[in-house]
Ligand binder design. Structure first.
Ligand SMILES: [Zn+2]
Length: 474
């Protein structure tokens, strides 16, 4: 049953023989639509969200059930900028897939593959539990960034509007999911600048891509260039503006075009918990910190100016680990001054909107893909749900604090018959230990005492051990 309207549902749940693949009962839902969190039983069928019943209660008889009381259900997270297996280390692909699932990330956009690798990788990834991996074809300019280390098969070099249009056409047989364009040659003041793409070329590239249904993300890191990206109709700026503070002109350029901003703060943060002392003592460290502060300030200004904030990390780059960086990016948005809810929206529905798949995923709504993350806990792990003023909120100390890993994948839930859809329910447990924690708070009826209702083991499937019990059913 592909689409089930909520009004039908009250009839259906009464009937005993209501076919559903899974129910998560009595769970706190942050649905990503902008609505306040609510309590509901959410059901899944054929890889889709099939029922959202706001009345608490058990699942219909015979439906495999996870007791969600005391737990939180969110749309699976997006990361619009990762390097899945950079510099060719395919053997790490299964571990990387698991790292994303462990962090509740269900959609990523990989900027590190030559087009020839798309088809074999798609075939391989189909066999691995993990996120939806979307592939970006890469474009740059002669002597541009991205062309400085890669060949012309991995990254096409274009310098004129004609060349840009031809290059897009040449990429179409490889069926890229998106195109990533290195438009900005500024090397952060710390290296020799590369070339940048001129505005007519970028504009032609965007036009040709859009006419073929492809979104454009750019490597853009300066104020001047981000305004060009807006004027050219780029869909997502996939880095931060770090050279100077933006102004109203910048905001207007992006807003007018509907360009989203995915700031990759995670890669730019110079002071990570595993940054070695010799790095902190390096003469460039203070300059990098100052640039990062500009990035934080610009993120806040763009958010407040009404630009759509999406999420990208550059994960796969040094000290920017897969999976956890996506969560860290939301922490850093909060540090920049965004409300926690805005950071969560950036990591879910905003990113889906920015990349053009919001009709399929990015929020918890009936008919959408069952790409969700259930944040679970056990009493022994000191998982806590905090009461805050009617908003889901998170305290941001996880990746930046010292200490041990506080989040782990319990299982990837995927019904055997969901193989084709690739929908993924990541069930993640979190532990608040030392300074490393990631807290979700919500004020819901019956959810006030910390950890009270997250009974250990209770969130495990009660009625159907076989599909729920195994990990990675696909
Ligand atoms: Zn990158």
């Amino acid at each position: 049953m592909r689409f089930v309207s909520s009004c039908l549902l009250s009839v259906c749940v009464v009937g005993a023989a209501y076919a559903q693949d899974l129910a998560i009962t009595d769970v706190t839902v942050f649905d990503g639509t902008g609505a306040a969190p609510y309590q509901a039983t959410v059901m899944f069928d054929d890889g889709l969200i099939s029922v959202i019943d706001k009345r608490a209660g058990d699942a219909p008889a015979g439906v495999p059930e996870i007791d969600g009381s005391g737990l939180s259900l969110l749309p699976g997270f997006f990361d619009l900028h990762v390097h899945y297996t950079p510099i060719g280390e395919p053997a790490t692909t299964p571990q990387i897939s698991e790292a994303y699932a462990a962090a509740g990330v269900t959609s990523v956009y990989d900027f590190a593959q030559p087009p020839e690798a798309f088809a074999p990788r798609r075939d391989w990834l189909k066999t691995l539990p993990g996120p939806r991996v979307n592939f970006a074809a890469r474009m740059s300019t002669t002597n541009g960034h991205g062309a400085d280390w890669s060949d012309t098969s991995t990254t096409k070099w274009v310098n004129t509007p004609y060349a840009a249009k031809e290059a897009v056409k040449e990429l179409l047989p490889y069926q890229p999911d998106v195109i990533k364009v290195f438009t900005d040659g500024w090397r952060y003041g710390s290296g020799v600048d590369n070339t940048s793409m001129n505005e007519p070329t970028l504009t032609a590239l965007v036009e040709e891509a859009h006419s073929n249904g492809l979104k454009i993300l750019t490597h853009t890191v300066t104020k001047d260039r981000v305004e060009i990206a807006g004027r050219s109709g780029v869909d997502v700026v996939a880095h931060s503006v770090l050279d100077e503070h933006i102004d109203q002109d910048t905001i207007n350029a992006l807003k007018t075009a509907g360009t989203a901003y995915a700031g990759t703060l995670a890669v730019y943060n110079p002071d990570k918990f595993d940054t070695p002392d010799f790095d902190r003592q390096h003469p460039s460290f203070k300059a990098r910190q100052a640039r990062f502060q500009v990035g934080l300030d610009n993120m806040k200004a763009l958010y407040e100016g009404g630009v759509l904030i999406a999420l990208g990390t550059d994960a796969g780059m040094p000290r920017t680990p897969h999976g956890t960086s996506t969560l860290n990016e939301m922490e850093l948005m909060v540090r920049a001054g965004l409300p926690a809810k805005a950071a969560l929206m950036a990591g879910t529905s905003n990113s889906a909107r920015a990349i053009g798949v919001y009709d399929q995923r990015g929020s918890i709504e009936v008919g959408k893909d069952a790409d969700v993350v259930l944040i679970a806990g056990k009493r022994g792990m000191r998982f806590r749900i905090y009461t805050r003023r009617n908003t889901l909120s998170l305290a941001a100390r996880w990746c930046s604090g010292k200490g041990r890993r506080s989040l782990s994948l319990t299982r990837i839930w995927r019904h055997p018959k969901w193989r084709a859809q690739r929908s993924t329910i990541s069930i993640v447990k979190m532990a608040a230990r030392h300074a490393t924690r990631w807290l979700w708070g919500t004020r819901m009826a019956g959810l006030s005492a910390a950890g009270r209702s997250s009974n250990s083991g209770g969130w495990q499937a009660r009625r159907c051990a076989s599909p729920v019990g195994g990990s990675g059913a696909a």
